[in-house]
Design a binder for this molecule. Structure first.
Ligand code: SF4
Ligand code: SF4
Ligand code: SF4
Length: 217
């Protein structure tokens, strides 16, 4: 496995089947990071090693024509800004902050409405309307409300899967939002094991996951 590079020109027996890209927030070098305290690169590498992900992917793909693009692209983004490009990764972890809304504290001033990058907030009939399905957990509203109506907020990790570029691009979809790093890794592990046990040997993870979308992965 490798961090942030691609060895697509290597030969079949030396293919890197796993590629991890981590943004600066994951190593604590960006103030925007919302990831819960944990060494995410280490957590991911521990899982990759214990589950023998690299070896099992290489073995499957050797049955057909192995190519590095059939490997697993993993992205770790410290916040929804997505500097690790988690939107086009096979598997991704994204730092989020889930705002808990206290309606009684809200004075319907509207300050938070234009500040939400995802247009998840609106003011109607002197009342704040939230569209939680649009919220990416960026923490902006929690930090800006003069009445602290969005506090406390909860640190979470978003698990996303199924993104890709290439000839038929697709955006990664959210699988879950979880508070505990250990549980987040378990979700990722379960997803990967399901992929191995239910897909064709030459299948790519991202394609498989998008097909599962109709029935839930
Ligand atoms: S994704 Fe967020 S935490 Fe990571 S480098 Fe970009 S702005 Fe910083
Ligand atoms: S900024 Fe706070 S008080 Fe004002 S509308 Fe938003 S949640 Fe309500
Ligand atoms: S956390 Fe971010 S995306 Fe969600 S409602 Fe608040 S400002 Fe909007």
């Amino acid at each position: 496995m490798q961090l942030g590079s691609n060895k697509a020109d290597q030969n079949q027996t030396d293919l890197a089947m796993v590629n991890i890209t981590a943004c600066k927030g994951v190593t604590g070098c960006c103030p925007q990071t919302l990831l819960p305290e944990a060494d995410w690169v280490k957590l991911m590498e521990t899982w990759l090693s214990s589950a023998k992900v690299q070896e099992r992917l290489a073995q499957r793909n050797a049955l057909k024509s192995a190519r590095a693009h059939k490997g697993l692209k993993i992205a770790l983004s410290g916040c929804p800004n997505g500097c690790a490009r988690h939107q086009v990764a096979d598997l991704a972890v994204v730092g989020m902050m889930a705002p808990l809304f206290n309606e009684e504290a809200c004075i319907a001033c509207g300050v938070c409405v234009p500040e939400c990058p995802d247009r998840a907030l609106d003011l109607k009939n002197n009342r704040l309307i939230r569209q939680d399905h649009k919220c990416q957990g960026c923490f902006t509203c929690s930090g800006i409300c003069p009445e602290e109506a969005f506090k406390p907020a909860i640190r979470q990790v978003g698990i996303l899967a199924g993104g890709r570029l290439g000839r038929h691009p697709a955006w990664a979809r959210e699988v879950a939002r979880i508070e505990s790093p250990e549980k987040a890794m378990q979700v990722i592990s379960d997803l990967f094991e399901k992929f191995l046990s239910t897909s064709e040997p030459a299948a790519r993870f991202g394609h498989w996951f998008q097909e599962q979308g109709k029935g839930g992965a």
